[in-house]
Design a protein around this ligand. Structure first.
Ligand SMILES: NC(=O)c1ccc[n+]([C@@H]2O[C@H](COP(=O)([O-])OP(=O)(O)OC[C@H]3O[C@@H](n4cnc5c(N)ncnc54)[C@H](O)[C@@H]3O)[C@@H](O)[C@H]2O)c1
Length: 445
């Protein structure tokens, strides 16, 4: 565990009741190769000095409440049987049921699912949603499966984790490589097993099955709202601002369109197909149509194709990483030429890069705040499903904007007060909320 380099460390206040004994790392993790869980643990270490008496309970954040590892056997279309590794991790449920997505990816590991579930605990508490944190995953490359194989995989996985999920226990949602159709299969499987239609067991469903209006663009919308708040604090106008976006999928595409709608200029887009630059701005609607028609951004008219690495040094006001983890590192943080970074992706910036960016005066709006728009509208979906009463898109967007603005504002104040980054501020606010609930509930028995 490294000592924080830049955030000032307050001394531990007197009167902290006998700090809980530090426990060894659990035996089910590879001590020498901790993976993403190590990043999360380092973030918790950084925030502990700010937790006051609640630091007594901090060890509860360093281990998930519940981990379920399941075997997912399915018949392949050729008649053979394949086995896949599946996980569901409930990191914390002190403030409410676990909530978090399900990822289908060939590189899924327990460490990754643990870290993603813990970041959901932090995210939900940072924007004050009444949830704990959870995450699930299957170690599979879904591109290798037919649609019927994918459906069988989803149904068997849902049945295996069915003993711990439920509308008031743990509510999955889409993540990388899962979508509204996968959520529909999960909802149907759970419903068949419990003998009633339980729409509230997952969010991110198709609208016709109890999904919510506004969910599709919600994460990108939250990126815009928190980005605009950050720009406002720095005296940068959105109109005419230069924006560079990595990732042109659900999050990056929506964020790009909404920035554009407010008069910003999208000067660079990078996705798997390449890196595209236009000094006078790219029309994201045209890019979206072109991508839909051609399956790639290669060949998009009126743009210049540049080297992948050149993306990071494009002069801009706002940089939106909206693709993968570990994109902004010690290697490219020194050349980043942006005033604000708004993290649409989960975990795009390493802790070392965070320190470099702070030293260079680049403001980072952290993932646990910037991309919380998705889970916020998932929360609205869950509430609408419980009441079977559905809101208009205007009501949803207005409520989303208000929650995101208020969350930004309270984290900004905490960051100013403690002279820390917005990420540390988000962890201070979130961990305080989670540990207050833990302290009030006490330890059972
Ligand atoms: N979808 C949501 O509601 C949501 C909510 C919170 C966080 N996130 C996070 O946002 C990120 C993106 O999610 P999404 O739903 O937009 O995914 P997506 O699959 O719709 O889009 C991913 C985009 O990243 C691009 N990409 C992939 N590899 C790349 C690479 N090596 N270099 C450059 N671009 C690359 C792809 O081309 C694609 O444009 C993920 O980290 C996800 O966990 C998503």
């Amino acid at each position: 565990m490294t000592v924080p380099k830049t955030d000032p460390q307050p001394t531990q206040p007197a009167g902290v009741p006998g700090r809980t004994k530090q426990h060894a790392l659990p035996s089910y993790l590879d001590q020498d190769n901790l993976g993403p869980w190590a990043i999360y643990l380092e973030q918790v270490e950084r925030v502990t000095p700010y937790l006051g008496k609640l630091a007594y309970w901090v060890e509860t954040l360093k281990r998930p409440k519940r981990i379920l590892v399941v075997d997912v056997p399915i018949h392949l279309d050729d008649g053979s049987v394949a086995h896949f590794e599946g996980y569901r991790v409930q990191h914390n449920t002190s403030r409410g049921p676990a909530k978090g997505g399900v990822r289908y990816h060939q590189d899924v590991t327990l460490s990754e699912v643990m870290a993603l579930s813990a970041w959901m605990t932090v995210k939900n508490a940072a924007v004050n949603l009444p949830y704990g944190g959870g995450k699930g995953g299957i170690r599979v490359d879904p591109r290798t499966l037919s649609t019927s194989e994918l459906e069988r995989l989803t149904r068997r996985y849902t049945t295996e984790i069915g003993i711990i999920i439920g509308p008031d226990k743990d509510i999955p949602a889409p993540d990388v490589n899962t979508n509204p159709q996968v959520m529909a299969w999960m909802m149907d499987t759970y419903s068949m097993n419990v003998g009633r239609t339980a729409t509230g067991v997952v969010t991110g469903k198709p609208i016709s099955l109890g999904g919510s209006l506004g969910r599709g663009d919600a994460t990108g919308r939250g990126v815009f709202v928190t980005g605009a708040e950050a720009m406002n604090r720095l005296g940068i106008a959105v109109e005419g601002a230069r924006v560079a976006i990595q990732g042109f999928g659900n999050v990056g595409n929506a964020a790009g369109r909404i920035f554009y709608d407010h008069g910003a200029s999208i000067v660079a887009i990078q996705d798997v197909s390449g890196t595209f630059y236009c000094e006078s701005g790219i029309d994201p609607y045209q890019a979206q149509t072109y991508l839909r028609e051609h399956g790639t951004l290669q060949g998009l008219p009126n743009v210049e194709t540049i080297e992948r690495e050149a993306f990071w040094s494009v002069p801009c006001d706002v940089l939106v990483p909206a693709a993968l983890e570990n994109q902004i590192t010690e290697l490219n943080a020194p050349v980043i030429n942006a005033k604000v970074i708004v993290e649409g992706a989960n975990g795009p910036t390493t802790p070392a890069a965070d320190d470099l960016l702070r030293e260079r005066g680049v403001l980072v709006v952290p993932d646990v705040l910037a991309n919380a728009g998705g889970v916020t509208v998932s929360y609205f979906e869950w509430v609408q499903d419980f009441s079977s009463f559905f809101w208009t898109e205007e009501e949803i967007n207005a409520r989303l904007d208000r929650i995101m603005r208020e969350a930004f504002s309270s984290l900004w104040d905490v960051a100013q007060r403690h002279k820390v980054t917005l990420r540390t501020a988000a962890f201070i606010v979130a961990c305080t909320r989670v540990l207050e609930s833990r302290a009030l509930r006490g330890l059972y028995p």
